[in-house]
Design a protein around this ligand. Structure first.
Ligand code: ADP
Ligand code: ASP
Ligand code: MG
Length: 591
């Protein structure tokens, strides 16, 4: 008999009526011949209230006790849900994370799942029960209660669907499904019928709070189809699956990460080791670094800009001070009032002019761009927070995201028969079920890079550059914009070697036109891409990559990170060595 996992978020179990409504959905699924596992969150804002309560007795409560407290929210919900189902004359059993056997590591308040035993669940299902699992929690080796981080019930649900080899995982929430951007921020956002795992991974980590990003990692690893639906209506919702909604659309969603801070360092020596030391120090404080932009050195020294959540700006600055001191480098500029706007789309990789379209839209409203990073399926810009909502609206409309794309992909979201779940689970037992998995390390030596220094960082000037390159038919792959000062920035981009001449001549003309600084050309670069699952939530991945290069004294030319890929560019002559080094570094994470 096929198993279905249904997860109900906080709003969907906020009061007794909603609990009864959720119970009816589960009973209906069982009557339709499924074995049903429910995963429920704490009622309404209960988790927030518990956090508030804790802060009233201790300004800095011990993490272990925090988990003990927060896990009670879900325990209330599972018990009530089991009672609701019982009242309808059906069999139900509620279980805490520990009772199910969800084993995690011991990082309280952000624990990772290591293993899940399925025997008890299977037995209860075979006996005709609807099993109700408490979301967001587990136990460590010493039976301490742990929690998976805010929003973690999604991860419990998808993880259970994965190990039980469920037919699908339904996520019931308070909106109709996944939208092109948060519908509570932009009412014109459109409901997306289907979104790919990679797109959703990027969107979730960029602020689309509808799904916990680690849950999408599970779904991708085990090829579990996710169906996001409204718990209050019978609307069809959205499917998260291997395929994107449309093959033609370059962009399928936009996201706003509001409370970001930018830190710009200057006078760093051009060695991968320095970058490694800096991010090592930051990740030791458990701060997740987001955009990383390193400008190509002009005089042997390097500028490095990166973003962290605003709340972690001071701890980050404190953490890196000793390293800056050692290398005689310094913090040049900090801005705690910035936000990141990103566009995501599986179709972005093979279309020309996407970047230019976004920059032009921002230029029309005079919104300055402080940093730019790209990946194959994502483009992010950093803008002043006061303009962030306008920027999101402009970008959303410039790609016509409110309109349904013409070509909808029709796929049947069934689990992929080609994925041997048993084999994957076995391998994951070794690396830890939520461990880092690297599936590919690629090297591309077909490109060259150009850096134009001191470009006016008005969106209009930046848009012009990419417009002129697009008009010349030049295909741009990576773009990074580093912060120089309030009015200037350095822009680096990569192009196919075959188009280098053309790109140089366009850049020279552009330089005259906008009175930029000098142009640096590297006619042969190697772009190394580390792709896999868990790259950003495992903060150490970028550090490991830098470490691998530093150990062989290979200089870094460009860096770009995303949820699914870490890209680094090194001078072309180091291609092979760099690849070997990185492969060695990630040996144990390969699947
Ligand atoms: P739950 O309690 O059900 O887990 P969440 O509050 O975690 O619900 O997630 C649902 C919320 O996510 C929505 O109310 C919406 O405001 C927000 N959201 C952010 N980005 C998106 C998006 N792209 N699509 C849909 N909802 C989004
Ligand atoms: N109750 C937890 C939270 O509010 C987990 C969840 O809802 O997913 O973060
Ligand atoms: Mg949620």
């Amino acid at each position: 008999m096929s198993i279905i996992v249904q997860k109900f978020g906080g709003t969907s179990v906020a009061d007794s009526d909603r609990i009864l409504a959720a119970a009816r959905k589960a009973v209906r699924a069982q009557q339709n011949g499924k074995q049903v596992v429910m995963v429920v969150s704490a009622m309404g804002k209960n988790t927030d209230h518990l956090i508030e309560l804790a802060s009233q007795v201790n300004a800095d409560p011990p993490a272990r006790e925090m988990d003990m407290l927060l896990s009670t929210g879900e325990q209330v919900s599972v018990a009530l849900m089991a009672m609701a189902i019982d009242s309808m004359g059906h069999k139900a059993v509620s279980l805490t994370g520990g009772q199910i056997g969800i084993r995690t590591d011991s990082s309280h308040t952000k624990a990772r799942i290591q293993s899940i035993s399925t025997e008890r669940l299977q037995r209860l299902l075979e006996d005709g029960n609807i099993v109700i699992a408490a979301g967001f929690q587990g136990i460590d080796e010493d039976y301490n209660i742990t929690t998976l981080g805010r929003g973690g019930s999604d991860t419990t649900a998808v993880a259970l669907a994965a190990v039980l080899q469920a037919e699908a995982c339904e996520i019931y929430t308070d909106v109709d499904g996944v939208y092109t951007t948060d519908p509570r921020i932009l009412p014109e956002a459109r409901l997306v019928h289907q979104v790919s795992y990679d797109e959703m991974l990027e969107l979730a980590s960029l602020g689309a709070g509808v799904m916990h990003s680690r849950s999408i990692e599970f779904a991708k690893k085990f090829s579990v189809p996710i169906h996001v639906r409204n718990s209050m209506t019978d609307s069809t919702g959205s499917i998260i699956w291997q395929e994107p909604e449309s093959e033609n659309a370059a962009v399928s969603g936009a996201a706003l990460t509001r409370d970001e801070a930018r830190i710009t360092l200057t006078s760093l020596p051009e060695q991968a080791q320095v970058v490694e030391e800096i991010f090592d120090a930051v990740s030791n404080r458990k701060v997740t670094v987001d955009m990383i932009v390193q400008n190509i050195a002009t005089d042997g020294s390097v500028d490095l800009s990166f973003t962290v959540p605003e709340a972690e700006m001071s701890v980050t600055c404190e953490a890196i001070q000793p390293i800056l001191k050692t290398y005689n480098a310094r913090i040049r500029d900090i801005d705690g009032q910035v936000s990141k706007i990103s566009i995501v789309g599986a179709g972005m990789a093979n279309q020309v002019g996407v970047a230019q379209q976004m920059f032009s839209a921002l230029a029309n409203d005079d919104i300055p761009i402080q940093l730019i990073t790209t990946s194959e399926i994502k483009l992010s810009v950093l803008v002043p927070r006061s303009k962030s909502l306008d920027a999101l609206r402009l970008v959303h409309s410039c790609f016509g995201l409110e309109q349904t794309p013409q070509c909808l992909t029709q796929t049947d979201p069934k689990r992929d028969e080609n994925v041997d779940a048993v084999q994957v689970v076995d391998r994951l037992r070794e690396v830890g079920i939520e461990g880092l998995v690297i599936d590919e390390i690629q090297v591309d030596v077909s490109q060259a890079s150009i850096t134009i220094n001191r470009v006016p960082n008005r969106a209009e000037a930046i848009a012009k550059l990419f417009e002129q390159l697009a008009d010349g038919g030049v295909f741009i792959d990576m773009i990074v914009e580093g912060y120089e000062d309030q009015s200037l920035s350095d822009i680096s981009f990569t192009i196919p070697k075959t188009q280098l001449e053309k790109a140089i001549s366009i850049s020279n003309e552009y330089r005259e036109q906008f009175s930029c600084g000098e142009i640096n050309i590297i006619d042969s670069i190697a772009k190394l891409s580390v792709s896999g699952i868990g790259l950003r939530s495992h903060t150490g991945v970028a550090v490991k990559t830098f470490h691998a290069l530093a150990a062989a004294d290979i200089p870094l030319v460009m860096i770009n990170t995303s949820e699914i890929r870490v890209n680094v560019v090194v001078p072309g002559e180091h291609a092979e060595k760099a690849k070997l080094q990185i492969e060695k570094e990630f040996e144990e994470n390969q699947i």
